[in-house]
Design a protein around this ligand. Structure first.
Ligand SMILES: *[C@@H]1O[C@H](CO)[C@@H](O)[C@H](O)[C@H]1NC(C)=O
Ligand SMILES: *[C@@H]1O[C@H](CO)[C@@H](O)[C@H](O)[C@H]1NC(C)=O
Ligand SMILES: *[C@@H]1O[C@H](CO)[C@@H](O)[C@H](O)[C@H]1NC(C)=O
Ligand SMILES: CC(=O)N[C@H]1CO[C@H](CO)[C@@H](O)[C@@H]1O
Length: 589
């Protein structure tokens, strides 16, 4: 290019030459670049006002100031022909005007004709980018209308044949912005719609530069856009609420549930740790949350009776500090681990034997901490008792008298209350209540015999024990304590006395069989109840005889002073009744 006649410089040189030289004539032609060698640029004959043959006759030749000869002259025809393909861009670069100058020298007479050939631009160059692709990294959170400058293309052609326009492959995020800065076109990528790495982490666009020639040529470059992650995604639990069931008494380390959160971000922005979020100590002491895996395990005693459900909030935090939440409701399932309990509310521990039917002896309640069937209870007492259960509402029961009581027959009862629930396995519990029957004076003293007979030898010493009577009273204590008295009214009552406590009977004085053979008294047995009950019995005392009387002669009289004179006939024969001796003895037997 250095030896090419460049533009104005060359033109000036020519003009100067022509001014000094009268014979200087400048002829102008033009030829498109890239014409094949041998193509004709023009015929010079007419312009040189010469005829055919003149050129060869005057030994015309082309003289060029540059070493390379682009043209040659056909001296026979006068045609100016292209020697070699002309590349305008190589010759003149971006200059608007590209002139090739050559001179036709004629001899005899010597003449110079300057020929200027304007090389016209042909759209022979496509727009060109310096690289095939272009890397761009854009954070996903850049706001719309942010501009990213792009490399521009170059097209060495001129004017219309150089770059006229840029286009971008269709896409939903970017458009092109072109601006002319200092006469140069700048191309920017303008963000139209926000980016989302999680949807599309990578974009490839094609930027095309178009020139305005015919045919239109284009050049392309790939724009590779890596969208950089911002921690713009919150960790998100797969479900926002979890509901799980857990059997009570579940052992240590039982897996309750594994929660899982996802984060659409990348790298540490997507690394999730789990933690309890503001849960009370009762929960954090009972459950363990693995912060890496999200597994919730049992760490304490799960007791349905203490707590039927646990509501916990769990937080997932990513490496960038964003967090998401979920709630886990753990419902504890009841296990029949509680036996029913009999709770005695009131107990009358002694009950009068004459209490009327339906008298309440005890009130108790049955409780079972379990729920459902596990907590449904039934209650019973043993058969053959004078008591019955009567249930009132809310698991309250009354133990009432069902049939008459008799302390003298059964003085106490051990009532076994059995409560059983309906869980599986069935659990039962029993409670024994002791019911004491208290005495009522409902029994009269009862003599052992209907009639007592005693005997007493006459001439007894006063105060002698004759015998004793005994009456039984089945009642207790005072009610059963019998005292004995003699009923007055019979004269014989003065003969004897009775010990009121023991029932022993004593003779008050010496009795004479010969005077009294027997007598009867009535003894009354009275108990100590209020009012007292009593019964009477008759006691017959028989006096027995003793040989206390000498026989006594009734005849002859014993008090006569004179001996008994009996007149006896002389002639009395043997067997003759002299007299009759009569004696008596007051004793018997
Ligand atoms: C550039 O190309 C686009 C699309 O092909 C067209 O809409 C626009 O008018 C062109 N601009 C120029 C200056 O030619
Ligand atoms: C771009 O140029 C290629 C050949 O170089 C051609 O096949 C294509 O159709 C051109 N595209 C446009 C839009 O002009
Ligand atoms: C009741 O239980 C008590 C104490 O266990 C026992 O001493 C008593 O003999 C029992 N009574 C009956 C009637 O079973
Ligand atoms: C003399 C005398 O004393 N006579 C009496 C004897 O006993 C009888 C019967 O007891 C009496 O009647 C007599 O008077």
């Amino acid at each position: 290019m250095e030896d090419c006649f460049r533009s104005k410089q060359g033109l000036c040189f020519l003009l100067c030459l022509c001014v000094t030289d009268v014979l200087c004539v400048s002829i102008h032609y033009s030829v498109p670049e890239e014409k094949k060698s041998g193509s004709q640029v023009a015929n010079v004959l007419k312009d040189l006002k010469l005829g055919i043959g003149d050129l060869s006759a005057r030994r015309a030749r082309l003289v060029s100031k540059i070493s390379k000869q682009y043209f040659h002259l056909d001296t026979d025809s006068g045609a100016l022909l292209i020697n070699d393909k002309i590349d305008r861009e190589a010759l003149c670069g971006q200059s608007e005007l590209c002139l090739l100058q050559t001179e036709i020298v004629l001899q005899n007479p010597l003449e110079f004709h300057t020929i200027e050939v304007k090389v016209e631009d042909v759209n022979d160059n496509a727009p060109r980018f310096s690289q095939n692709d272009f890397q761009l990294e854009i954070p996903e959170n850049v706001p719309p209308n942010t501009r990213f400058p792009l490399e521009t293309a170059k097209d060495v052609d001129l004017g219309e044949n150089s770059i006229q326009n840029y286009t971008l492959s269709p896409n939903e995020h970017f458009r092109l912005g072109t601006e002319s800065k200092d006469g140069r076109k700048a191309v920017d990528l303008i963000l139209e719609k926000p980016l989302d790495r999680e949807k599309q982490p990578y974009l490839e666009l094609i930027l095309m530069a178009l020139d305005g020639g015919v045919p239109q040529r284009n050049g392309t470059i790939k724009i590779k856009i890596n969208i950089l992650d911002n921690n713009d995604n919150f960790p998100q639990f797969i479900q926002s609420e979890y509901k799980v069931r857990l059997k009570e008494n579940s052992p240590w380390n039982t897996l309750v549930y594994k929660v899982e959160a996802r984060d659409l971000d990348f790298g540490s922005n997507a690394q999730i740790t789990y933690s309890f979020h503001r849960v009370p100590e009762t929960i954090s002491n009972l459950f363990h949350l693995n912060e890496m895996t999200g597994e919730i395990t049992v760490m304490g005693e799960i007791d349905y009776e203490k707590e039927t459900s646990y509501d916990m909030s769990i937080k997932a935090t990513d490496g960038g500090g964003l967090s998401g939440h979920c709630s886990v409701l753990v419902e504890v399932e009841d296990i029949n681990d509680n036996a029913p309990e009999v709770l005695l509310i009131s107990l009358t521990d002694t009950i009068q034997e004459d209490s009327p039917l339906n008298t309440v002896v005890a009130i108790f309640s049955i409780t079972d901490c379990d729920s459902g069937d596990n907590g449904k209870t039934m209650c019973s007492v043993q058969m053959n008792l004078p008591f019955a259960l009567r249930s009132t509402k809310n698991n309250y029961y009354q133990l009432v008298i069902q049939s008459p009581l008799d302390r003298e027959r059964v003085p106490e009862y051990n009532v076994t209350i059995t409560a059983r629930d309906q869980g599986s396995p069935r659990l039962t519990s029993t409670r024994i209540i002791h019911v004491q029957i208290s005495d009522v004076n409902d029994n009269t003293p009862d003599f052992e015999k209907l009639l007592f007979e005693m005997s007493l030898q006459e001439n007894n010493i006063p105060g002698l024990l004759i015998g004793s009577v005994h009456a039984v009273d089945l009642d207790m204590e005072k009610n059963g304590k019998v005292t004995y008295t003699l009923l007055p009214g019979s004269p014989a009552a003065s003969y004897i006395s009775i010990n009121s406590e023991t029932g022993n009977m004593y003779a008050l004085r010496s009795l004479d069989y010969e005077q009294i053979k027997d007598f009867k008294v009535t003894v009354r047995a009275t108990d100590g109840g209020i009012p007292p009950l009593s019964s009477d019995v008759v006691v017959r005392v028989v006096i027995t005889d003793e040989n206390d009387n000498a026989p006594f002669f009734l005849y002859p009289l014993q008090n006569s002073t004179s001996p008994c004179n009996e007149l006896l006939p002389k002639m009395a024969e043997a067997g003759y009744l002299v007299t009759k001796v009569v004696a008596v003895d007051r004793d018997s037997g």
